[in-house]
Ligand binder design. Structure first.
Ligand code: A2R
Length: 320
């Protein structure tokens, strides 16, 4: 089985490479942008998805059976500032991938990775969100992913392509950028611990944003297992929530992280960390994914938090 991961140099890519290669024994090809690096063992190609002819050439050369489309401008904050670029990468880029597949490897199975952000403004009676919930995107990134999803479903029907789509809820783990809340808190804890170890008396507080927001957090390793199962067993043109099915408040996440800290840490609210449009609750109904694939999460929240804090402890030391 030959798999191609498009956009594999980000957070999720290396986990997906390892799962496909080591757990499933697949021949893994992966693309990255020219300026990026990938430390994993795999066949690595440079690709910009805005250049459709380059995608065509790559697919002709690689002839993949499975294609995971991860490439995106995935920052909600940057999408407000670089709206046209985000639309280009997340919508035109995905269309380029699907058109290139149509022309070259029409029998390949494709997974388009989307986001729970597509659901946007959730009403209280919609708390446990199913895939047929109305989409009310609340930011630019969300709107582009909702659009990708619509094009994916149209292409699957109109051109008889084996396209499956996800709406992935928050995924966490070591190596995530500190723009995301769990990585941010774990990094701050590691930095404060390190200052205490160095003998600093006046330790800073951990700075936090909105603690009441509730999110469905899943370990990135559970996420990539779901992707690999969905690409095999998902139904063409269908969308699947990928989430734990249980939301935790950011306050609870913070408490769990602080309970692992080696020194007492004060908490301080930071207005800079409050997002302009914040949605209170995101919780996946993952029953469609579970019914289609038999997938279930295997890694508990505390394990992910422990490993993420440990990752930052090492990183803070190496970079000091
Ligand atoms: O923006 P960069 O330089 O970090 O590169 C990102 C890459 N990418 C592209 N690849 C090919 N052609 C482009 N025009 C292009 N623009 C950006 O896609 C990055 O290496 C990768 C996406 O990785 P992350 O942003 O780290 O996303 P993550 O967390 O791995 O999530 C994977 C998927 C994305 O579609 C998210 O929107 C979704 O899951 O949640």
């Amino acid at each position: 089985m030959k798999s191609l991961i498009i956009g594999g140099a980000g957070f999720v890519g290396p986990y997906l490479i390892r799962h496909l290669r080591d757990d499933l024994g697949q021949d893994v090809h992966v693309t990255k942008m020219a300026h990026e690096t990938i430390a994993e063992q795999a066949t690595i190609h440079d690709l910009d998805i805005l250049k459709k002819e380059d995608i065509v050439a790559l697919l002709k050369e690689v002839q993949p059976d499975r294609i995971y489309h991860l490439a995106a401008q995935s920052s909600v904050a940057l999408a407000w500032k670089k709206t046209a670029l985000t639309v280009e990468i997340n919508i035109i880029g995905a269309i380029n991938v699907m058109d290139a597949v149509r022309e070259t490897v029409p029998n390949a199975r494709i997974l388009l990775v989307g986001s729970c952000e597509e659901y946007g403004h959730i009403k209280s009676e919609e708390a446990h969100i199913t895939e047929d919930n109305p989409l009310r995107p609340g930011n630019i990134y969300a709107a582009t992913k909702a659009c990708q999803n619509m094009f994916g479903s149209i292409y699957a029907q109109a051109y008889d392509l084996e396209i499956m789509m996800t709406r992935s809820f928050n995924h966490i783990g070591p190596n995530q950028l500190p723009q995301f809340v769990v990585a941010d808190f774990c990094k701050q804890v590691a930095e404060i611990e390190y200052m205490a170890e160095k003998g600093e008396k006046d330790l800073p507080p951990i700075r936090v944003g909105n603690l009441s927001a509730r999110r469905d957090f899943l370990d990135v390793r559970d996420v990539v297992r779901a992707y690999a199962m969905l690409i095999e067993k998902g139904q063409k043109g269908e969308t699947y929530n990928v989430g734990r099915g249980m939301a935790y408040s950011i306050q609870e996440i913070l408490d769990r992280i602080l309970s692992q800290a080696k020194v007492p840490i004060r908490v301080e609210k930071d207005p800079e960390k409050f997002r302009p449009v914040d949605i209170e609750l995101f919780e996946a109904d993952a029953s469609k994914l579970k019914a289609a694939t038999g997938w279930a999460p295997e890694i508990g929240l505390d394990q992910t938090i422990r490993e993420t804090v440990d990752y930052w402890r090492k990183k803070v030391r190496t970079e000091a």
